[in-house]
Design a binder for this molecule. Structure first.
Ligand code: AMP
Length: 303
């Protein structure tokens, strides 16, 4: 089965303490689509301007990403710029130019409306809801969000939470949303807001998964060299959604545990290079190899 992914498509400028690169392919939907495409066909929804490189459309086509839902309009593509501190964890946004994103209203082509799996990557919750309004009963809906929407459009976000199956967010967002310091309490409370499942990402410290009377915790893949952490969260979520769409018809907690490991594996590759560069030349063999290493690393009773 395929997965519909909606979110931002951007040209990013990223500065780390050792390198700076501009006009790189970025955006929540770009990362998520690349990650998901390893497991299932993707239907992409987003908007780009007339400055967007044609070669990126060729990249998506080569990855079997359907781009019929990507609007190409007059004007400049959404641009974001961020700078990382020495820990490569703390990030400051240097600039955001919404450009064509400002008037973006996602409209689904008729061929997208019956897609079973949906990943609503990070965009305004009202736009995420607008996508769901156009769909015919998807089987499983995953959504991501960010501090901006928790702070500025909470009512829209609360309405969306009642319509989704899995919310993926990071630790600081979970605390902000619930005003709980404990992530365990936060995860449980967010389930009370609507989603059946909640995944809380803790960056280099792994992720937590909450279901009804079910809990799972996994570490992050230990990496020696991180070059650019941008998009790791989107890659994690896209990997999870893609794995579910490609391998599962009715989602159970055990499927989500595996999906979370695949998401972590994809995210670990993402941060090894700037932008989507590592995801572009990644193979399924490399993914499976790291998945197996992950399995061995998490085992504590050896025969
Ligand atoms: P992450 O590192 O997972 O937070 O995602 C980084 C990506 O999010 C970058 O490629 C940006 O282009 C994109 N981005 C930054 N701000 C926004 C925003 N307000 N809405 C949607 N996408 C954004």
């Amino acid at each position: 089965m395929s997965v519909l992914i909606v979110g931002s498509i951007a040209l990013d400028t990223v500065k780390t303490p050792v390198e700076e690169h501009s006009d790189l392919l970025g955006g929540s939907a770009s990362y998520a689509a690349a990650a998901a495409s390893f497991f299932s066909p993707v239907k992409l929804v987003g908007v780009v301007g007339d400055d967007f490189p044609e070669s990126e459309f060729e990249f998506w086509k080569s990855r079997k990403v359907d781009i019929e839902g990507v609007q190409r309009v007059e004007g400049k593509t959404f641009r974001w710029s961020g700078e990382y501190a020495w820990d490569l964890n703390t990030r400051e946004t240097r600039s955001v130019a919404l450009n064509v994103f400002e008037r973006f209203k996602p409209t689904l082509p008729p061929s997208y409306r019956k897609t079973d799996f949906v990943f609503l990557a990070n965009i305004a919750p009202s736009l995420q809801a607008h996508v769901l309004d156009q769909m015919e009963r998807p089987r499983f809906v995953v959504a991501d969000t960010m501090d901006l929407w928790i702070e500025t459009t909470r009512a829209d976000l609360d309405a969306l939470l009642r319509r989704i199956d899995l919310l993926i967010l990071n630790d600081s967002e979970a605390r902000e949303m619930t005003k709980e310091t404990s992530l365990i309490k936060a995860g449980r409370r967010i389930r009370g807001f609507g989603p059946r499942f909640v995944a809380i990402k803790k960056g280099e410290h792994g992720a937590l998964l909450f279901g009804e009377n079910e809990f799972f915790s996994c570490g992050a893949y230990p990496l020696e060299d991180i070059h650019d952490p941008t998009g790791a969260g989107d890659t994690f979520a896209g990997g999870m959604a893609g794995y579910l769409a490609g391998n599962v018809s009715t989602v159970h907690f055990t499927d989500l545990r595996k999906a979370m490991i695949y998401g972590s594996v994809l995210a670990s590759f993402c941060v090894e290079a700037f932008s989507l560069e590592r995801l572009r030349n990644l193979s399924m063999e490399e993914i499976n190899e790291r998945y197996e290493t992950f399995k061995l690393m998490s085992q504590f009773e050896l025969a």
